[in-house]
Design a protein around this ligand. Structure first.
Ligand code: 5GP
Length: 213
C-alpha cells in the first residue's frame, strides 16, 4: 500500500483558516452555540470563536462532544496516518442537566471538527444532536421548537471523495456547511498531533516552497 500524500498544517494556517471563514459563517449562519467534536475540533472552535465575537456581545459558548472513529494503526513505523474504524464511539456527550448553555432549543448550533473525511462522524453527530433536540422540545412541551433549532458544520478541511456518511441536504443548500478548504484525499497532519513541532513546521514550509516553484 503506497503512503498517502501528507499535508502539513501549521498553527498559523489553522488560525488564518478560521479567520478567513468567520465572515461567511456570520453572514450565512450566525451561530449562538459552538459544539466542538473532540479532539480535533477543540482548537479550531476556540480560534473561530474569537473571530465570531461581535463587539459588545458575549462570547459564543463552546460545548464539547467526544467521538472516535479512527483506530491508531500505523501504516508504517512512526507514520501519522490512521485507518478508519467502522463504528463511531461516544467518549463524551452534552450534559443537559446542568448549564443553560446546553439548552439547544431554538439555537443556531455550529458543529466544529478539523476534517470531514468519510463523513461518518459528522453524520453521527448531527443525527444524535437532532434526536436530543427532539427530546428537549418534547420535554419542554413545545415540540414545534425543534424545527427552530438549526445545525451547521464548520471544518478546516473537507476531503473531496466518496463519503460514507450523509448530511441533511438543506445544510448545503442553506450554506450551513462550511469548509475552510476542500482538498483531495490527502492525510492532514495537524500541528497539535506533532511530536516535534519545529520539524512539522519545517515540513510545512518545505511543501509551501515546493508548491510555489
Ligand atoms: P470521518 O468520520 O469524516 O471519516 O473522520 C473524522 C475523523 O477522522 C476526524 O475527526 C479525524 O479525527 C480523523 N481523520 C480523518 N482524516 C484525517 C486526516 O487526514 N488527518 C487527521 N489527523 N485525522 C483525520
Amino acid at each position: 500500500m503506497s503512503a498517502p500524500v501528507r499535508k502539513y498544517i501549521t498553527y498559523n494556517d489553522v488560525h488564518k483558516m478560521c479567520q478567513a471563514s468567520a465572515p461567511q459563517i456570520l453572514e450565512d449562519f450566525q451561530p449562538n452555540l459552538l459544539i466542538a467534536i473532540g479532539g480535533g475540533g477543540y482548537v479550531p472552535a476556540r480560534i473561530l470563536r474569537s473571530f465570531l465575537k461581535k463587539t459588545g456581545s458575549p462570547n459564543i459558548p463552546i460545548q464539547a462532544i467526544g467521538l472516535s472513529l479512527y483506530e491508531t494503526l500505523e501504516t508504517a513505523p512512526g507514520s501519522p496516518e490512521e485507518v478508519p474504524g467502522t463504528k463511531v464511539t461516544r467518549t463524551q456527550w452534552l450534559d443537559f442537566t446542568s448549564l443553560s448553555n446546553t439548552n439547544l432549543l431554538g439555537k443556531n448550533i455550529l458543529i466544529v471538527d478539523e476534517v470531514d473525511d468519510t463523513r461518518t462522524t459528522l453524520q453521527y453527530a448531527v443525527q444524535e444532536l437532532v434526536k436530543d433536540v427532539m427530546e428537549q422540545a418534547v420535554k419542554a412541551g413545545k415540540p414545534e421548537l425543534a424545527k427552530e433549532t438549526k445545525f451547521g458544520i464548520f471544518v478546516l478541511h473537507n476531503k473531496d471523495k466518496q463519503k460514507n456518511g450523509v448530511l441533511p441536504e438543506e445544510m448545503f443548500t442553506e450554506k450551513r456547511y462550511i469548509a475552510a478548504e476542500t482538498i483531495g484525499d490527502e492525510w492532514c497532519c495537524y500541528p497539535w498531533e506533532a511530536i516535534d513541532i519545529d520539524e512539522h513546521d519545517r515540513l510545512a514550509a518545505e511543501a509551501r516552497a515546493a508548491a510555489k516553484q
